[in-house]
Design a protein. Structure first.
Length: 177
């Protein structure tokens, strides 16, 4: 019971805050409760398919292939694959992290994982198409080019800022997923 409380203490605390808010300011509490329920339902719709795809990725793609195409010696090909995986992905950003964990577990280079997450968050193809229609193609292409260079720069800086033991710890955490 103690471990259960320790594991879910943040969720329990948020439920208590939500209940207190409902008691103190009922209208705001009802709105907050409604939004919380909608977000939980959205997550329930998104998370299971992602975990099914992750299971398939884990089983179908051999570690050696992942190392070859996205590992330390992958070079520009690994960067391109990371960008493409992130750009064609569907779903909210929180769905990228389990995918990144599996990619790490399979031996992908750390900077390629950062590129993947950056691409997922800023270069999704459907959003680029909508942005081009709404804000104009000149703006969209300019932003895309700046984002590509920015993502690569941030990934390289972060990769260099972490020492080998910190990266090893991240890789070890991904093994426990």
């Amino acid at each position: 019971m103690k471990n259960l409380f320790k594991r879910y203490k943040t969720a329990i605390l948020m439920i208590i805050i939500l209940l207190m808010m409902t008691l103190i300011v009922p209208t705001k509490g009802q709105v907050a409760t409604s939004m919380t329920i909608k977000n939980i339902i959205e997550m329930i719709k998104i998370i299971p398919p992602i975990f099914i795809l992750l299971g398939l990725l884990d089983v179908w793609v051999p570690r050696e292939q992942m190392i070859k195409y996205m590992g330390d010696g992958s070079g520009i090909l690994g960067v391109i694959i990371a960008f493409l995986l992130g750009s064609v992905a569907a779903g909210p950003l929180y769905a990228a992290f389990p995918v990144a964990g599996v990619l790490l577990k399979k031996g992908s280079k750390f900077s390629n994982i950062l590129i993947f997450i950056g691409a997922w968050s800023t270069t999704k193809i459907p959003l680029l198409l909508m942005e081009g229609q709404s804000l104009g193609w000149k703006f969209t292409i300019t932003r895309l080019i700046i984002n590509i260079f920015g993502i690569i720069l941030i990934a390289r800086i972060t990769d260099k800022a972490l020492n080998d033991s910190e990266k090893e710890e991240i890789y070890n955490l991904s093994e426990n997923i």
